[in-house]
Write a protein that binds this ligand. Structure first.
Ligand code: HEC
Length: 174
């Protein structure tokens, strides 16, 4: 469990930390039960505030990951060149983004070749770990590389995970 979310700026946390410090002097014989209940409430509020902070940090982490993946897909891997259908002006069709298409070019020498790319929006059929491995090694879950012209990428783990997070985020809402 990480405590990145623990920030003294959060009002509840400040209150609970103050109380934790002050209570031994404040609690006298008349009101120890009351004080204990108050302490419990304050601690609970503090915990809620810490957990809320953590989940916020986690959300920010995962949206940064998706952003990074989008950048790698759109600007580095250029996946859309082959995985998106293009119109007659050669522009990618937005509605078809990464949904797979017939390739508009062919090999000039005899070689293994795939004429069509596959739908990768949402990465249907790919387990997270298998997809990460594929983008790190070029080897798919069946133990084989994809046929050319699909490049055998060698992204590092962090980048491969970002790409998978981005592609999975394109899954159609269920
Ligand atoms: C130069 C064209 C090209 C580029 C660029 C390209 N792909 Fe592909 N990709 C293909 C083709 C063609 C196939 C189908 C290969 C086959 O059927 O064997 C494919 C297959 C795949 C598959 C399925 C592999 C399998 O074995 O089932 C995934 C996943 C994939 N691409 C993801 C990506 C991602 C992500 C990027 C960008 C980081 C990308 N591709 C860039 C052409 C390309």
């Amino acid at each position: 469990m990480r405590f990145i979310g623990f920030r003294f700026k959060r009002p509840f946390t400040v209150v609970s930390v103050l109380y934790c410090g002050k209570l031994p002097q404040n609690s006298n014989k008349e009101g120890p039960v009351k004080a204990k209940i108050l302490l419990l409430i304050v601690i609970a509020l503090g915990l809620v505030s810490i957990l809320a902070g953590e989940s916020k940090t986690r959300d920010a982490d995962s949206s940064a990951k998706v952003e990074r993946g989008k950048y790698l897909v759109e600007n580095i891997g250029m996946c859309g060149d082959c995985h998106t259908a293009h119109n007659e002006k050669g522009e990618p069709i937005k509605e078809q983004w990464l949904k797979g298409t017939e390739l508009p070019f062919k090999a000039t020498v005899p070689m293994p070749w795939a004429d069509k790319s596959v739908n990768i929006a949402g990465l249907p059929g790919w387990e997270h770990d298998a997809a990460v491995k594929f983008f790190m090694t070029g080897i798919a879950y069946n133990g084989l590389p994809a046929r050319p012209p699909m490049p055998q990428y060698r992204y590092n783990r962090q980048d491969a995970e970002a790409i998978v997070a981005y592609l999975k985020s394109l899954a159609p809402a269920k």
